[in-house]
Design a protein around this ligand. Structure first.
Ligand SMILES: [Zn+2]
Length: 176
C-alpha cells in the first residue's frame, strides 16, 4: 500500500509494454518519481529522459505558447534551449527503436524552478499548475503521432502527470 495519493484506477490505461519517461531533473523528487513508476507496475520497463522544466523547453518555440516565455531570461539562462526539443525527439526515436515503447509519461512537478524563472509574470499569474497543464498537453499532442522518419509514424499513448512536493501524483491528461 502506498502512502501517496495516486490517480484512481481507470483514469488512464496502464501501459502493458515498455514506456519512455520524461521528467525534470529536480533532485527532491527522484525517489517519489520511482515510487510512482513502480506503483504503475513499470519497474525496469522505462527509458528515462530528464530535462530541466520537463516539457517547458520542448515547447519554447511553439507558436501558441512562446508568448508565455520570458525569452530574454531564457537565452541568458540556457544557451542551447532551442535544440532541446530536437534532442528530446532523438531520444523518443531511440526508445522506439531499442525498446519498442508504446507509451510516454510526461511527469511535471510542483515548484519547478524552470517554470518560475523562464515564464513571464503574466503567464504565472494564473498559477504554476495551469502552466504545467498547458505545456505538458502541448507536448503530448506533438508526440502522439510521432514521426520516426519521413515514411514512418508511430502512435504513442501519452500521459501527463504532476508530482507535488509530498510525492502525490495528479493525472493531468492522456491521449488518446
Ligand atoms: Zn523542475
Amino acid at each position: 500500500m502506498s502512502y501517496f495519493n495516486y490517480p484512481e484506477r481507470g483514469v488512464y490505461h496502464l501501459p502493458k509494454k515498455n514506456i519512455l519517461v520524461l521528467s525534470c531533473i529536480d533532485l527532491r523528487l527522484t525517489d517519489n518519481l520511482l515510487e510512482f513508476l513502480h506503483f504503475d507496475n513499470l519497474t525496469n520497463r522505462y527509458d528515462h529522459f530528464a530535462l530541466a522544466g520537463t516539457s517547458l523547453m520542448t515547447q519554447a518555440e511553439n507558436p501558441k505558447l512562446t508568448k508565455l516565455i520570458d525569452h530574454k531570461k531564457l537565452k541568458a539562462g540556457i544557451k542551447s534551449y532551442k535544440n532541446w526539443n530536437e534532442v528530446w525527439q532523438d531520444h523518443v526515436r531511440i526508445a522506439i527503436a531499442l525498446h519498442d515503447i508504446k507509451d510516454v509519461y510526461i511527469i511535471e512537478h510542483e515548484d519547478c524552478g524552470a517554470y518560475q524563472n523562464f515564464l513571464t509574470e503574466e503567464a504565472l499569474s494564473v498559477g504554476e499548475h495551469a502552466c504545467h497543464v498547458k505545456f505538458s498537453i502541448a507536448l503530448a499532442e506533438e508526440i502522439h503521432q510521432f514521426k520516426v522518419d519521413k515514411d514512418t509514424t508511430v502512435t504513442l499513448n501519452v500521459h501527463c502527470f504532476l508530482l507535488d512536493l509530498r510525492g502525490n501524483v495528479e493525472h493531468l491528461y492522456s491521449i488518446p
